[in-house]
Design a protein around this ligand. Structure first.
Ligand SMILES: [Zn+2]
Length: 271
């Protein structure tokens, strides 16, 4: 039945992700730089070895800080998409701040010759104006939301939600949502931090079990399902996790009738 698709996506946050944490110290920033110096080259080698395409969501701050590393991703032919300028959660920005951040991210992408069609919100969160901004700036797809799991959809603009009243639905946006989920986010499983949470250091076997079980469910139950895996070079770049990604790819290939696509190729197939 299936014709399953897997999207391997990498949020190349580098230093910028740590701006959202209480301890933006040199040691934390060094962890971000690991993503640029070690993580990305390892990922590019894996993608080359496996002959797979991928989508890299890159904040403007990373583009301006590590242009040579970003160029290696472009040279390898992978898709580059928008991931804010400095990884500030849009729900914490005023609408003018969010617009300025969007524009600054686009300018950074333009400096490396990229006009993105896709967006992923930093921290996977939205403000009430994010979706309308994406429409205004001509994006085709977003990959931040979780209203579905394996099927793209059009998220709504202008929902009215309150504690005392039922949901009043807004209009469907023009944007395709290619959903993601924290279960398929390596950061949630693996990235240890002292604050604000102390999870992480999970066994790759546990994460592989989750990812393959969802892939198997989709492959058996969902026609034309699309599974989005969201990874970070500073997380998945560690040796045991790169090996887990190899194992996950092996599992998907062994199931047959599966393709790996960049997200800008996926949206071309949607109706
Ligand atoms: Zn990010």
């Amino acid at each position: 039945m299936p014709n399953s698709t897997v999207c391997l996506t990498f949020d190349f946050d580098a230093l910028s992700v740590w701006f959202g944490y209480p301890n933006t110290s040199p040691a934390m920033l060094a962890r971000g730089e690991y993503g640029a110096t070690v993580g990305v080259p390892r990922i590019l080698q894996l993608l080359k070895d496996r002959q797979l395409p991928a989508t890299f969501f890159i904040p403007g701050h990373t583009i301006d800080s590590f242009p040579d590393v970003v160029q290696t991703i472009i040279d390898a032919g992978h898709e580059i998409a928008h991931h804010s300028y400095a990884h500030v959660d849009p729900s914490l920005q005023t609408p003018p701040e969010e617009r300025a951040d969007m524009e600054r991210g686009l300018e950074a992408l333009k400096r490396v010759g990229i006009r993105p069609t896709g967006f992923r919100s930093p921290s996977g969160d939205y403000s009430t104006v994010t979706l309308a901004l994406l429409e205004e700036f001509g994006f085709v797809y977003d990959s931040s939301l979780m209203t579905d799991d394996f099927r793209p959809y059009h998220p709504r603009v202008g929902d009215v939600v309150s504690v005392n009243e039922p949901l009043q639905k807004g209009r469907e946006s023009a944007i395709w949502e290619i959903p993601m989920s924290y279960e398929f986010d390596d950061w949630v499983h693996f990235q240890y931090n002292f604050t604000p949470y102390r999870n992480g250091t999970a066994s790759p076997k546990k994460v592989l079990e989750i990812w393959t079980a969802d892939f198997d469910f989709m492959h058996q139950q969902i026609q034309d399902g699309i599974l989005t895996i969201a990874m970070h070079p500073q997380v998945i770049g560690r040796g045991h996790r790169i090996q887990m990604l190899h194992d996950f790819i092996d599992h998907c290939h062994a199931s047959g009738d599966v393709q790996f696509l960049a997200m800008n190729e996926v949206v071309k197939t949607l109706k």
